[in-house]
Design a binder for this molecule. Structure first.
Ligand SMILES: *Cc1c(COP(=O)(O)O)cnc(C)c1O
Length: 387
């Protein structure tokens, strides 16, 4: 079956009791047993197993072309569960342009417990070669990365990483499984913040890890049950409902973002546009190879520095000024002060004149109209005399 069909049907048989076409929200904490340890379908306690969650796990596994899906209460919950597969003394090589929350978890929590992290630019051939001269236990990739939309060649890095003995994890949140399926490119585990494109409606926080390896899946389920960062049944239901329309939403996200990115490159208010769909993007060829399309995320730098950013973002019109991404509504933000503030002092700081867009699925003319106004204000802020 094709992706669009699996999104709607994988793990989602009509309810056996009533025929309900949607998997019910099994809002329960426990299950009646027919005798001591005579459980119905293995259901004993809802931290351990919940049918709404199971449906979501099966659907997400299918969308990533994986055998097993394990869901968590947030993307960071999923990331934490994966780190729990490793021990103090383990060496992780992570892309330096990593999600701020992942950087915080690694550098401020696990690093203090004796886990070793190196944040390196894995888009650079020489740097990547050097990083894998020593054995490694884990390689953490994000592509496209956040917020600079760098593209890592997953297959090439996975080959190097495996030769160094490492497990390869790809955070596929920005691309979504519709645009990119890292397991087929050699990754061992895919991680998602389902809060973003998969849920797609900015109404539920969640995370998932997907793998083809039976033993890894068993260990992840053990961590899920032991640590307990599980999604509630309502959140699992909302995420599953969002996943059904992932393909059609992603197509519109990509259409709108492609148009806006091209237009931004021509604006005199803009000094640089980061979008992998642009031929001038250094990762364009790799993105073309490993992604179906180029996604809905754009970053750009404005002329005039932080004052121009503040002037632009003083009134954002139909764009919502806010963190997060991947929902139907368009979001705009300043990574330096907002999503990526936790990178301060890391040696990897995002430019202060950078604006990030999560392009939604509204009509592109409305989105353009308000961007024009924002950039006009950014330009005016530059020509205002200094007082
Ligand atoms: C949001 C995000 C996360 C963290 O997910 P939460 O659901 O917020 O915990 C991880 N990686 C990326 C790329 C993200 O955008």
């Amino acid at each position: 079956m094709e992706f669009e069909t699996r999104a709607i049907h994988a793990g989602q048989e009509p309810d056996p009791l009533t025929g309900s076409v949607n998997v019910p929200i099994y809002q329960t904490s426990t299950y009646a047993q027919d005798g001591v340890l005579k459980m119905r379908g293995g259901h004993d306690y809802a931290r351990t197993i919940n049918p709404t969650r199971t449906a979501l796990e099966e659907c997400l596994a299918s969308l990533e072309g994986g055998k097993h899906g394990v869901c968590f209460s947030s993307g960071m919950g999923a990331t934490t569960a994966i780190m729990e597969l490793f021990s103090p003394g383990s060496r992780t090589v992570a892309i330096n342009d990593v999600y701020g929350g992942t950087y915080r978890l690694f550098s401020k929590l696990y690093a203090t417990k004796g886990y070793d992290y190196e944040f390196v630019d894995l888009t650079d051939e020489g740097t990547a070669r050097q990083a894998f001269e020593r054995p490694a236990d884990l390689v953490w990739l994000e592509t496209p990365s956040n917020p600079l939309l760098k593209i890592v060649d997953i297959a090439a890095i996975a080959e190097r990483a495996h030769a160094a003995g490492a497990v390869v994890v790809v955070d596929n949140t920005f691309a979504s499984p519709y645009l990119q399926q890292p397991l087929a490119l050699g990754a061992d585990i895919v991680v998602h913040s389902t809060t973003k494109y998969i849920g797609g409606h900015s109404d539920a926080v969640g995370g998932a890890a997907i793998t083809n390896d039976d033993e890894t899946a068993e260990r992840l389920h053990f961590v899920q049950n032991s640590m307990g960062a599980v999604p509630g049944p309502l959140d699992a239901f909302l995420t599953l409902r969002g996943a059904k329309t992932l393909a059609v939403r992603m197509e519109r996200h990509c259409d709108n973002a492609a148009g806006i990115a091209r237009w931004l490159t021509e604006s005199p208010a803009v000094s640089h546009v980061y979008y992998p769909g642009l031929a001038a993007h250094p990762g364009h060829e790799t993105a073309k190879r490993q992604m179906k399309r180029f996604g809905g995320m754009i970053a750009f730098q404005v002329n005039g520095g932080r004052p121009a950013v503040d002037a632009a973002l003083a009134d954002t019109g139909v764009w919502t000024l806010g963190e997060s991404l991947g929902g139907v509504e368009s979001l705009i933000e300043h990574p330096g002060a907002m999503t990526h503030a936790s990178l301060a002092g890391s040696g990897f700081e995002v430019p202060d004149d950078l604006i990030r867009l999560s392009v939604g699925i509204e009509h592109v003319d409305d989105l353009m109209h308000d961007l024009v106004a924002m950039l006009a204000r950014a330009t005016q802020s530059r020509s205002r005399p200094i007082q």
